[in-house]
Design a protein around this ligand. Structure first.
Ligand code: C2O
Ligand code: CU
Length: 562
């Protein structure tokens, strides 16, 4: 029996329990049922280029990124229009020296220039840039209506106070899913001395992997990225893209590699495992998780097939070590995505993401330390209060505590320095929600009263909230020491589901830390006609963060050596 795409979608919907709204296909009836069937594991894995600063002074590095449409080759032999940072998909990687500002940490200014122009409906494509995982002031955090319109630019200032793998992506209200789908995502790595001094794999053995799905429609030699949010449910594709190419292969040496995994899919979660066989899981394949969203775990967590998998929800980051010395030269190992990934699959090809080919023999002096970095535990006994947020669907809207987005409504107002427990509840079936809290790193306490998975026990900013689950997280909203509170980051920030279709319609809300914080729209974009060189704009480096306060706070919160 062969099913057409529509029938498959309907089956998927039946399976997902989402009967709440009638199914209205958005794709024209004559659209191809699948993306073009290209052969897998042929394109070598590209590594996004590292962006050099355009200018630097004593404390700050200044970067420039143009947001542009571009034509790139994604599927071999075709071209695809993407919207990309510097015209690239994914965007360039920023690697910045962070940490203690007095001894090593540097500040970044990233100038984003919007050259996107109009979309196919002749509407301006407004950009908003959020650096996901950075504790930025409200006016540099990418508030969803703080637009950078076409022909405008905005300088975002980032403190880089702690080391972690984070990322920048579009956050424009109601259009985030489309804009990220079109390619607006890139990695941003903050490194510090402490981490660099660990004997982990470095240089060419430290590899970013930005993973997502996509759907393409081929017309001649053009492969068009087709965005279909399925009546505001979710958007899925049947092509796996890693670093912007379909099902790549990577030639590796028989040694350890560090991979920085980031899920940039709008709606698809992954469950990762390695296998020597394409079609079934082989036994005993190991990966070691060393870091999560907010940086290194306290101790490495080894996962081994067939029972242990790594769940990578949208926007989550995990860093893993794979030791390819467990394989013979000439052997291959697949990065698999197994099990139900919260998606309507139109074929099973997406159950494999890429292949590693062990090609050469090389020495390996890297070691995975038994203790990576101290993770100070926040204690329930210290919490000032608990808040509950329910994530539910109602008709064609996704809501938090029954409410949709209203930028003028504040739904939670933790005092500066308060410790709070946030309880996330997903009473429904058929959908999981990766919940993202801006500004702070938090720790997961439990899921349905049970301990969370070992690799979820470090610092995180995205929390996997499965069907019928209640997840409790704890976080500290700034320094408790009043001496440092004055200029510490406070103000309005967003919290939302990182299924970008849910976020757009409209599972997102505002919380406000303390009061009298800077307004999210207090540093508006300017016309490019006003743009001057960095040197002329910043005769001295911008001084917007109280770095001494941040440093003190980080030390108190994360422990020594941050
Ligand atoms: Cu990665 Cu508010 O998002
Ligand atoms: Cu959601």
């Amino acid at each position: 029996m062969t099913l057409n795409r529509r029938e498959i979608l309907q089956l998927g919907l039946l399976g997902s329990g989402a009967f709440l709204a009638p199914f209205v296909p958005q794709k024209p009836a004559d659209a191809a049922p699948f993306s073009p069937q290209i052969s897998r594991f042929e394109v070598p894995l590209p590594i996004p280029p590292v962006l050099s600063p355009a200018y630097s002074d004593e404390t700050t590095d200044y970067y420039e990124i143009k947001i542009q449409k571009a034509r790139v080759e994604i599927l071999p032999g075709t071209t695809t229009e993407i919207w990309g940072y510097n015209g690239l998909f994914p965007g360039p990687t920023i690697r910045q020296q962070g940490g203690n500002p007095n001894t090593e940490g540097r500040q970044s200014v990233v100038r984003f220039i919007n050259e996107l122009g109009k979309d196919e409906h002749d509407c301006d494509i407004n950009a908003v840039i959020h650096l996901h995982g950075m504790a930025s002031l409200p006016q540099y955090d990418g508030f969803a209506t703080d637009f950078v319109p076409p022909g405008h630019f905005k300088d975002y200032i980032y403190p880089n106070d702690r080391a972690a793998t984070i990322w920048y992506h579009d956050h424009a209200i109601d259009q985030t899913a489309r804009n990220v789908y079109q390619g607006l995502a890139g990695m941003y790595i903050v490194e510090d001395e402490f981490e660099r001094n660990l004997p982990l794999p470095k240089g060419q053995y430290d590899v970013p992997l930005l993973i997502r799905d996509a759907f393409f429609e081929q017309i001649g030699t053009e492969a068009k990225l087709v965005f279909d949010d399925r009546d505001r449910r979710s958007t899925y594709g049947d092509v796996a893209l890693v670093n912007g190419v379909p099902w790549p292969r990577m030639a590796v040496a028989n040694r350890k590699y560090r991979f920085r995994l980031l899920n940039i899919s709008p709606s698809r979660g992954f469950q990762l495992a390695l296998s020597r066989d394409l079609n079934r899981l082989t036994l005993g394949e190991k990966m070691v998780v060393i870091a999560s969203d907010g940086g290194l775990l306290e101790t490495p967590v080894e996962l081994s097939t067939p029972y242990q998998k790594l769940k990578l929800g949208m926007a989550e980051r995990y860093e893993i070590i794979i030791d390819f010395s467990q394989y013979e030269i000439g052997e291959s190992v697949y990065l698999k995505n197994i099990g139900f990934s919260g998606s309507i699959d139109s074929d099973t090809r997406i159950h494999t993401l890429m292949r590693f080919d062990v090609m050469r023999d090389e020495p390996d002096d890297s070691v995975i330390p038994k203790k990576l970095r101290e993770v100070k535990r926040l204690s329930v006994a210290d919490a000032d209060r608990t808040r509950t947020f329910r994530f539910e669907r109602s008709f064609d809207q996704w809501l938090i505590n029954g409410k949709g987005w209203n930028e003028n409504r504040v739904d939670a107002n933790p005092g500066l320095g308060d410790i709070e427990i946030w309880e996330f509840v997903n009473p429904g079936s058929g959908w999981f929600h990766p919940i993202h809290v801006h500004l702070i790193d938090m720790q997961m306490l439990d899921r349905n009263g049970m301990p969370v998975r070992p690799y979820e026990q470090g610092w995180k900013d995205v929390f996997h909230l499965g069907e019928f689950e209640k997840v409790r997280v704890i976080g500290e909203f700034g320094p408790r020491n009043p001496e440092f509170m004055k200029r510490f980051i406070h103000g309005k920030f967003m919290m939302h589901c990182h299924n970008l279709v849910h976020e757009d319609h409209s599972m997102m809300t505002v919380f406000e830390v303390g009061d009298n914080g800077d307004e999210p729209k207090s540093a508006p974009a300017q016309s490019i006609t006003e743009m001057k060189s960095f040197e002329a704009t910043y005769p001295s480096p911008p001084d917007v963060y109280d770095m001494a306060a941040i440093e003190e706070f980080d030390e108190e919160l994360y422990g020594k050596g941050r």
